[in-house]
Design a protein. Structure first.
Length: 622
C-alpha cells in the first residue's frame, strides 16, 4: 500500500503471497547486511540488543535494531527497567522465519540453536521452543530437566506439560518425561491422570534397575505420591544430596527443590522444624538470584515458623513482608508466593484467638484460582473461625464451603478427615454436641494432622471429655513440643486436674501452659467458648501468677460478649482490670485515673451486673 507495488506472484494463499511480498519488496529493498540481520533477528519476536547480537553475530546489533525502527520495518521499541526491548510484528516475524527455513535450512537451525542457548536460563520455555524448532531434541530435553520443577511450582505447569508432550513425540519411551508430565498434570489439578502417568514412569524406571539413583523419580514421588513411606524415603535422599552440595540437573534449582521438600514434609510430617528450614533455604537462594522476589518468599518462611509453633518468628517474617512490599493483601492470594503469606497470617490470627481476621484472610484462599490443598485447609479454618466467633450466619456459610473439601486422599493428605473436622466444629457451634463428639472420637489417634487434632481436642475439652482430649493431643508425638499443641495439652491437663479436685496441681500445670502461651501470643485455648479453662484462669489470677496481664487480655474477650451490652467503654476497661489481682490504686494507676473514678465505675459495674462483690463480678465473665 505504501509503495504502490504489487508482487508478481501466482500465490494461492495469503501466507505465500505475504512471503513473496516480504522477500521482494521489504528485504529486497534493503542492503544485504540489514536484510540478513532482519531474517536472523526476527527468529525471536521479543528481543534486546544482547539477544540480537547473539542471533546475528553482529556486534552493532543495537544500532541495527534502531535502524529497523527508524525505517518502520515492523519493529516496535519500548522501555523496561534497566534496558530497551524490541518486538517484531508477529505476522512479519513468522513470515521471515518461514523464508529463512525455506531458503537456508542450515542457517535456520543454527540461529534457533543460538537462541536456545542464550535463553536457557532467562526464559527456559522460549529456549525449549527454539531447541524443538531446530530439531535439537537432546537440548530440549536437557533444558526441560533443569527447569521444569520451578516452572511447575510457579504457575507454568501448562508450559511444562506441553513441552514434555512435544518432546515425547520424539522420545515416546522416556520414563523421566512421563514423570515430568505427571507432576505438571497434578499441578493443573488432574490428580487421577497424574497418578496414572506417575505409575507408568515409575514402573519403567524400576524395571531398568536405576530407581535408587533417579532424582527425577524422587522429585516426582515428593510431588505426586500418596505413599507416606515412599515420600519420606525420597525426601531423605533428596535432602542428603542438597545438603551435601552435589546438585545436578533438576536439583540445581534449589529454590524449587527446597520449596517442594518443605511442602512434602508438611503433608507427611516427621519433624515440625524441617519446613521452616527448607523455606528459609529457598528464601536465601532467591535473595541471591532475584533480590526483588525475595521478600515474597518470606511467606513460606512465615508458614514454616507457624508450623513449628514459633509464632513470634512468624509475625516477624510477616512484618518484614509488609515493610518491604506492603501489607499482605488477601486479594492476591492466588499468587503462589502470596498464598503462603496469607495462610501463615491466617493461622497466626487463628492461634491468637482472632476469628474476624482469621475469616478475612482464609476467605481469599477459597477462590477457584488458588491451589486446591490451600483452599481445603482454608475451608476448615473458616469453619473454626465461624464457630469461635459464634456467628450462626457465618457457620451456615462455612457449612456450604465444607462441601467443597474433597473426601478422598490426595498427596497423602486425608481430606475426608479435614471435612469431618470442619463439620464437627460447626455442629458443636449450633448445639449438636453428640454428633460433634462422635466425629472427634472417630479420629482420636491421628498422629499426623496437628490442625485437626487442635480443633477436635477442643470439641472434646469443651464437652468436659478431658481424657479423650489429651489422647488426641498426645497422639501427635512429633508435635509434642510445638507451642500450640503443648499449650492445649497443658491447659487440658490443668482443667482435668481441677475437675478431679487436685487444685494445686491444676494451678502448677496452668502456669506452665501460660508460660508457653504468653511467649508466643497463643490465646486460642482460652477463648470465650472455653468455660472451664476461663474459670480456672479466673481462679489462677488470685492463686498467684507471673502472667496476670496475659490472663487479663484473654479474659477481656468476655467483655466483648454478653457483658459488653450493659457496660460503657470505660466500664469495660475497669472490668478488665477487675479480672486481675490488681488493687484499686493499682488499677487507677494503670488507667491513668483517680481511685475515686475507679470506685465509681466499680459501683456502676456491680449494679449493672447485679452482683455485690468483685469475685461475683468476675464470675459473670467466666
Amino acid at each position: 500500500m505504501i509503495t504502490g507495488a504489487r508482487p508478481d506472484s501466482d500465490a494461492t494463499s495469503a501466507s505465500v503471497f505475504l512471503a513473496d511480498y516480504v522477500r521482494d519488496y521489504v528485504l529486497g529493498a534493503l542492503t544485504p547486511e540489514l536484510a540478513r540481520f532482519m531474517l536472523d533477528a526476527s527468529v525471536c519476536t521479543d528481543l534486546d540488543a544482547s539477544l540480537a547480537a547473539e542471533l546475528t553475530g553482529q556486534t552493532q546489533a543495537g544500532r541495527m535494531l534502531e535502524e529497523c525502527v527508524r525505517l518502520g520495518l515492523f519493529l516496535d521499541r519500548f522501555a523496561v527497567p534497566g534496558s530497551t526491548r524490541y518486538r517484531w510484528h508477529g505476522a512479519f516475524a513468522k513470515t521471515c522465519s518461514s523464508l529463512l527455513a525455506t531458503d537456508d535450512p542450515a542457517r535456520f537451525i543454527a540461529v534457533h540453536r543460538r537462541a536456545a542457548i542464550h535463553l536457557r536460563h532467562s526464559d527456559p520455555i522460549a529456549s525449549l521452543s527454539h531447541s524443538l524448532r531446530a530439531g535439537d531434541i537432546g537440548a530440549a530435553r536437557s533444558t526441560l530437566l533443569s527447569c521444569w520443577l520451578g516452572l511447575a511450582l510457579n504457575g507454568h505447569a501448562t508450559d511444562v506439560e506441553t513441552a514434555a508432550t512435544r518432546i515425547m513425540e520424539y522420545l515416546p519411551a522416556d520414563p523421566e518425561l512421563l514423570l515430568i508430565r505427571a507432576c505438571a498434570t497434578d499441578a493443573l489439578g488432574d490428580h487421577h491422570l497424574a497418578h496414572d502417568l506417575f505409575r507408568r514412569g515409575q514402573a519403567q524406571i524400576m524395571a531398568s534397575g536405576t530407581a535408587d539413583d533417579d532424582v527425577v523419580l524422587d522429585i516426582a514421588r515428593l510431588f505426586v505420591s500418596d505413599e507416606a513411606e515412599q515420600v519420606c524415603a525420597a525426601h531423605a535422599r533428596v535432602r542428603e544430596v542438597i545438603v551435601g552440595g552435589a546438585v545436578t540437573g533438576v536439583l540445581t534449582d534449589q529454590v524449587a527443590v527446597n520449596t517442594l521438600l518443605a511442602w512434602a514434609e508438611v503433608r507427611h510430617p516427621t519433624n515440625p522444624t524441617l519446613p521452616a528450614e527448607h523455606f528459609a533455604a529457598a528464601a536465601r537462594e532467591l535473595r541471591v538470584q532475584e533480590p526483588m522476589q525475595w521478600p515474597r518468599a518470606l511467606g513460606g518462611v512465615a508458614f514454616g515458623h507457624v508450623w513449628a509453633g514459633h509464632l513470634r518468628l512468624a509475625r516477624h517474617a510477616l512484618d518484614e513482608i509488609s515493610e518491604r512490599i506492603g501489607p499482605i493483601d488477601p486479594r492476591t492470594a492466588g499468587d503462589t508466593l502470596n498464598a503462603s503469606a496469607t495462610m501463615a497470617a491466617g493461622l497466626v490470627a487463628h492461634l491468637s484467638g482472632d476469628p474476624t481476621t482469621t475469616s478475612r484472610l482464609f476467605t481469599a484462599l477459597t477462590a477457584g484460582h488458588v491451589d486446591a490443598s490451600a483452599a481445603s485447609v482454608a475451608r476448615l479454618m473458616l469453619a473454626c473461625a465461624a464457630a469461635d466467633g459464634g456467628d450462626l450466619a457465618a457457620c451456615r456459610r462455612a457449612a456450604i464451603g465444607v462441601q467443597d473439601i474433597p473426601v478422598e486422599t490426595l498427596h497423602g493428605v486425608p481430606w475426608g478427615v479435614f471435612r469431618e473436622t470442619a463439620i464437627a466444629v460447626l455442629e458443636e457451634a449450633i448445639g449438636n454436641h453428640e454428633r460433634a463428639l462422635r466425629i472427634a472420637r472417630k479420629h482420636l489417634h491421628r498422629t499426623d494432622l496437628p490442625l485437626v487434632a487442635l480443633a477436635l481436642s477442643g470439641v472434646l475439652r469443651r464437652a468436659d471429655q478431658y481424657s479423650e482430649s489429651l489422647i488426641q493431643l498426645r497422639s501427635l508425638r512429633s508435635f509434642a513440643e510445638v507451642s500450640y499443641i503443648k499449650v492445649s495439652t497443658l491447659i487440658t491437663a490443668a482443667v482435668m486436674r481441677r475437675h478431679n479436685g487436685d487444685h494445686e496441681a491444676a494451678h502448677d500445670v496452668c502456669e506452665a501452659a501460660l508460660a508457653v502461651a504468653a511467649s508466643e501470643g497463643i490465646r486460642l485455648p482460652f477463648g470465650v467458648r472455653e468455660t472451664a479453662v476461663r474459670r480456672l484462669l479466673g481462679e489462677h489470677v488470685h492463686h498467684g501468677t507471673q502472667y496476670e496481664d496475659f490472663i487479663g487480655a484473654c479474659l477481656a474477650a468476655d467483655v466483648s460478649g454478653a457483658v459488653a451490652g450493659v457496660l460503657s467503654h470505660r466500664e469495660r476497661e475497669v472490668y478488665r482490670q477487675l479480672q486481675t489481682s490488681r488493687t484499686l490504686p493499682e488499677i487507677a494507676q494503670e488507667l491513668g485515673v483517680s481511685v475515686n473514678t475507679v470506685k465509681t465505675h466499680q459501683r456502676s459495674i456491680y449494679r449493672k451486673l447485679d452482683v455485690s462483690s468483685r469475685r461475683d463480678a468476675v464470675r459473670v465473665g467466666l
